[in-house]
Design a protein around this ligand. Structure first.
Ligand code: HSE
Length: 292
């Protein structure tokens, strides 16, 4: 059994801690009962010794396994990571969601994606990555009484993502600390109107409005100034046909959305200009958790 969880992109500009979507880029997790505990990581993070010694997937899996079964056991863990770490593509959410699903699967306890999502909130306090990681598509999310409430809109294949992944990470924790604790009423109105607009654009597929709706006054510029070349990435992406170009989560990845037919041209232009960075052309995932 392989548990597959998609990469995700949160905020979409103005929808800070609220909007998110899933991408066709996946981490695969395989857990098997074993006499001794072992871990093997392939792909992203395989060269980071801390991930072997002190692995969050194992911690969360064991906590959930023990809380569900009342028992402790040993397992072998095989993590096949395709989602870059600390790049704003939801790698921590994939680990959290994957670990919880693996515990339910190995114990053969029936679950829904909603059950997994509500459990995941304990480990990640903002719902805009964990929700698309669980259910896929484009999500508008909120938290009330310690529960995630959400809507999902399927993303059709006429648009694609072209993501630009810098070689430097941006720490979510650090970059959140740099944000102002208070914002003006005008800035709040600016973001509320655009964030609401993005939700209805995805529902009504009015993609040509994305460019205007994806502006933000709460977090993006502050975070981008931690890696100023990102301002050029945005400019180039819009110049080369992106419908919108925003920081993915807390960065450092940039998420560009464009019409399917413009994706290769946009990807080529961005990889020529930013040859140190990885540029990927991706479809959107409408599934979230899948079991292979
Ligand atoms: N909404 C969160 C943030 C996502 O922007 O900090 C972090 O992955």
């Amino acid at each position: 059994m392989i548990v597959r969880i998609p990469a995700t992109s949160a905020n979409l500009g103005p929808g800070f801690d609220s909007l998110g979507l899933a991408l066709c880029l996946y981490n695969d997790f395989i857990v098997k009962p074993s006499i001794l505990q072992s871990i093997k990581i392939k792909g992203e993070g395989e060269k980071i010794p801390k991930l072997i010694k002190d692995n969050n997937f194992i911690k969360i899996f064991k906590e959930i396994y023990t809380s569900l079964s009342g028992e402790e056991s040993n397992f072998s863990f095989y993590l096949k990571n395709n989602i870059p770490i600390s790049r704003g593509l939801g790698s921590s959410s994939a680990v959290i969601v994957g670990a919880i699903v693996c515990a339910y699967e190995i114990l053969k306890i029936p679950y829904t994606k909603d059950v997994i999502l509500q459990k995941a909130l304990k480990y990640e306090k903002h719902p805009d990555n964990i929700t698309p990681a669980c259910i896929g598509g484009f999500n508008t999310t909120m938290i009330k009484n310690n529960r995630v409430f959400y809507t999902k809109t399927k993303i059709p294949p006429d648009i694609k993502a072209v993501i630009v992944i810098p070689n430097k990470p941006i720490s979510t924790k650090y970059s959140r600390k740099t944000l102002p604790k208070q914002i003006s009423l005008n800035d709040a109105i600016f973001n509320i109107s655009r964030s609401s607009m993005i939700s209805s654009i995805f529902a009504q597929k009015k993609w040509n409005l994305l460019k205007f709706a994806s502006e933000d006054k709460i977090h993006q510029d502050k975070r981008m100034s931690l890696l100023p070349i990102l301002f050029n990435v945005k400019k180039e992406a819009i110049k080369n046909g992106a419908l919108m170009s925003v920081l993915s989560g807390s960065g450092s990845t940039f998420l560009n959305i464009c019409y399917k037919n413009d994706a290769s041209k946009l990807a080529l232009a961005l990889s020529k200009k930013f040859y140190d960075f990885r540029v990927l052309e991706l479809d959107f995932d409408n599934n979230g958790i899948s079991i292979l």
